[in-house]
Design a protein around this ligand. Structure first.
Ligand code: SF4
Length: 299
């Protein structure tokens, strides 16, 4: 296969993958929603969970996206320096989004800022967003694809706290966002928290946290304990499914952190909604694709 054929093959596989994640939620999200449904006792909460599962059945049966807001596509790429298509990756991901937009089909969500013109292709200046992690000495490429819907993006916020604010300040920041804007994303939520030095480092980490599998924890035991405490705290708000009240508000709280400057605490929140459409695929150097988030998918 020559380079042009390789690019076409990977573009086709990514277009198929993007379309697929818009129709079917990942296995861990389905399992978590199922577990949460069992824990709710109010008839309204149970009915809302039943509706979510009916939505998932119909999306597959009717072969159409499960939520009308198919979002702006974001890709987190962990690409080996020896992956054969590293030079073509950003352009082919853009092309894959255009292809998925027409083939799936996906709603048109990319509006050129300042011009206020919808490109009607789901791509534009800087969209889809591609975040890069370069992996030395590797010939494979991992891609997290994420549909960032409007509602689930709205609760996002980043700021730098005074050092004296401490971890209590981080907790207050997260809880303030959840009690004021949590409802904008259709609950139950997945809450990503980034803790670092500055706004951009914290913000990127808070989005990266949303790519982690549900049930995973930060490697640091103190951070992991904080994840659990925040989860308990946000659950106690009682948002329930779709914000209509219930015992549980979140599918999980994921904290990602780096070391930081001693005089600052950069903190950020990013939120995923119940329709947490993220997928993870690994390409080897021969472009064989292994999907880890959705069982039974062949690309
Ligand atoms: S918050 Fe999520 S489920 Fe609700 S409309 Fe937006 S993308 Fe869809």
């Amino acid at each position: 296969m020559n380079q042009t054929e390789q690019v076409r093959l990977m573009t086709d596989k990514m277009a198929k993958f993007v379309g697929y994640i818009g129709k079917k939620l990942p296995d861990d999200v389905i399992a978590k929603l199922s577990e949460m449904r069992k824990q709710e006792t109010s008839p309204l909460a149970k009915t809302l969970y039943d509706t979510m599962f009916r939505n998932q059945e119909l999306a597959v049966q009717l072969d159409r996206p499960s939520c009308q807001d198919t979002g702006v596509l974001q890709f987190w790429v962990k690409c080996g320096t020896r992956f054969p298509l590293i030079d073509d990756l950003e352009a082919l991901l853009k092309e894959a989004v255009v292809k998925a937009t027409f083939e799936t089909p996906l709603r048109h969500n990319s509006v050129e800022t300042f011009d206020e013109v919808n490109t009607k292709r789901n791509v534009g200046k800087g969209t889809p967003t591609v975040f890069w992690d370069i992996v030395p000495h590797s010939d494979q490429c991992e891609i997290y694809a994420y549909m960032a819907g409007g509602g689930c993006t709205l609760p996002g916020k980043a700021m730098v706290l005074m050092p004296g604010a401490g971890y209590e300040g981080v907790t207050k920041f997260v809880m303030d966002q959840m009690t004021s804007y949590g409802l904008n994303a259709c609950p139950p939520l997945l809450v990503g928290v980034g803790v670092a030095t500055s706004v951009e480092t914290a913000a990127l980490l808070s989005k990266k946290a949303l790519m982690r599998p549900l049930g995973s924890h930060n490697d640091n035991p103190r951070a992991a304990a904080m994840e659990t405490m925040l989860e308990d705290g946000i659950n106690s708000i009682g948002l329930g499914p779709q914000g209509m009240s219930g015992k549980l508000s979140v599918m999980g709280v994921h904290i990602e952190n780096t070391a930081r400057h001693p005089s600052t605490i950069g903190v950020a929140v990013n939120v995923g909604c119940w329709s947490h459409r993220r997928g993870h695929v690994i390409f080897d150097k021969d472009l064989n694709a292994t999907v880890t988030t959705h069982s039974g998918v062949q690309l």
